[in-house]
Write a protein that binds this ligand. Structure first.
Ligand SMILES: *Cc1c(COP(=O)(O)O)cnc(C)c1O
Length: 434
């Protein structure tokens, strides 16, 4: 359809009306940058270590500089067709190979995705297809209630039923109850290593053995722990078995943009069996544009996350990741001690890693909402969830341990509670994210 002169005129008028969102004229780059930078003070200041969960602060200028350079280098490249950009393809293969080694998979298989949600989507899709090949038309996936909402989302998108089973009293998946919820239409059991809300690792050995015996797939969601736990163990921390070294684990998601310390947009989905991984690939031949094949949910795939993941892995190596794990451990120990030294505060369950919930002990006379508000007043941005406050420690938190201890003790003091108790606690549930 061609535009009549009248159409053009009305479009012109529309674009100059008050409130029109599309700019009429361009703005010089320097002015835009100045504007963005002037607006930034309204954002959370994570660089000083008072924010959690959404940013993994390494506090290492050399790594940050490398990531900026690499992102710049591949700013416009597209990894949709891997044969067009062979450097990106080689980098992606090396990252998948690194993940294979790290997670103890017997063979190299899987892919890079845009994040944990996409990795989980792919795992659920693969399980659905695997079930379909076995005649299961109405598949279900069994998870604990602590499993990340990405499973709810994937099941919703993919027409798979999710059976959510209450976790045990220790916050971990209840394998017996999960088995009881499973049936002939179950395609996969899911465990987390660790789960986001409590930071505890589900009993993967039991879960995977049960899945194996019943003929179900078993996915481990290590989005959070995948790139930290191997080094956590290496620096001497107790880590229960959670990866492909556990018999019966068939797929595993792990986010490089969390404790892998890359910028956002990169995660790994790995499989024990390359034949299972093949079910992930989508082929379409009957298109005037030719064969269209794609291994993940995305079409166009940005180059920077792939190049960034490759760069950070090669820059840090086992040694660098272990060094950062030590800093995370120091921060976690310090924050834990600070919480436990306040009368009336306690950590939920017994988390293995650097992520947990803390809240009021049974006999506590503290007001958690007031405490959170007092911490806010001192610049902290603690995440709230139904049972308490949530903390996730990064390497950059090692330098604010003393300040956290001091501010928490101050916030817990009765007089500060009296002045801040107007803030309702729990009203921001749903805003906390990983
Ligand atoms: C972050 C997270 C996810 C989802 O990952 P996104 O990168 O946010 O899409 C899934 N599972 C767990 C345990 C997570 O912490």
């Amino acid at each position: 359809m061609t535009a009549t002169p009248q159409d053009t005129a009305s479009q012109d008028t529309a674009s100059t009306q008050p409130g029109a969102a599309f700019p009429d004229t361009g703005t010089p780059a320097a002015d835009l940058l100045a504007k963005i930078r002037a607006d930034r003070p309204g954002d959370i200041d994570w660089k000083h270590g008072k924010a959690f969960s959404l940013v993994y602060n390494v506090d290492d200028p050399e790594l940050d500089g490398l990531l900026c350079e690499v992102a710049h280098e591949f700013l416009h490249e597209n990894a949709l067709n891997p044969l067009r950009y062979k450097t990106l393809l080689a980098m992606e293969m090396e990252v998948i190979a690194a993940a294979t080694t790290l997670f103890g998979a017997p063979e190299m298989s899987g892919s890079l995705s845009s994040g944990g949600t996409e990795s989980i989507f792919l795992a659920v899709y693969t399980a659905r297809e695997h079930g379909s090949d076995r005649g299961i038309a109405t598949p279900n996936v069994v998870t604990a209630t602590t499993a990340h909402p990405a499973f709810n989302k994937a099941c919703h998108y993919l027409g798979v039923e999710q059976r959510r089973v209450p976790h045990g009293p220790d916050g971990r998946a209840d394998v017996e109850a999960m088995l009881a919820a499973a049936d002939a239409n179950t395609v996969m059991l899911v465990g987390s290593a660790p789960c986001y809300p409590f930071g505890v690792i589900d009993p993967i050995t039991d879960l995977a053995a049960a899945a194996d015996a019943a003929g179900y797939l078993c996915h481990v969601d290590a989005c959070l722990g995948g790139w930290l736990l191997p080094f956590w163990q290496r620096i001497g921390r107790e880590v229960p078995p959670w990866d492909f070294r556990v018999e019966g684990v068939t797929s595993l998601s792990a986010d490089i943009h969390k404790y892998g310390y890359c910028f956002k947009g990169v995660s790994t989905i790995s499989y024990r069996d390359p034949d299972l991984a093949k079910k992930q690939v989508f082929w379409f031949e009957d298109w005037p544009g030719g064969l269209y094949a794609s291994g993940t949910a995305a079409g166009t795939r940005p180059g920077p996350p792939i190049a960034g993941a490759w760069a950070v892995i090669n820059h840090l190596g086992v040694e660098g990741y272990s060094r950062l794990a030590r800093r995370v451990a120091a921060a976690a120990d310090g924050f834990r001690a600070a919480i436990e030294s306040v009368d009336g505060l306690g950590i939920t369950s017994n988390p293995e890693m650097s992520v947990w919930e803390f809240g009021l002990t049974e006999d506590s006379d503290l007001d958690l909402g007031a405490l959170a508000a007092s911490m806010d007043a001192r610049g902290w941005a603690l995440d709230a969830q139904p049972g308490g406050l949530h903390l996730m420690l990064s390497p950059g938190h090692d330098k604010v341990v003393d300040q956290f201890a001091e501010d928490l003790a101050w916030a817990a003091a009765a007089d500060t509670i009296a002045t801040n108790s107007a803030v309702p606690y729990g009203s921001v549930v749903g805003l906390s994210d990983s």
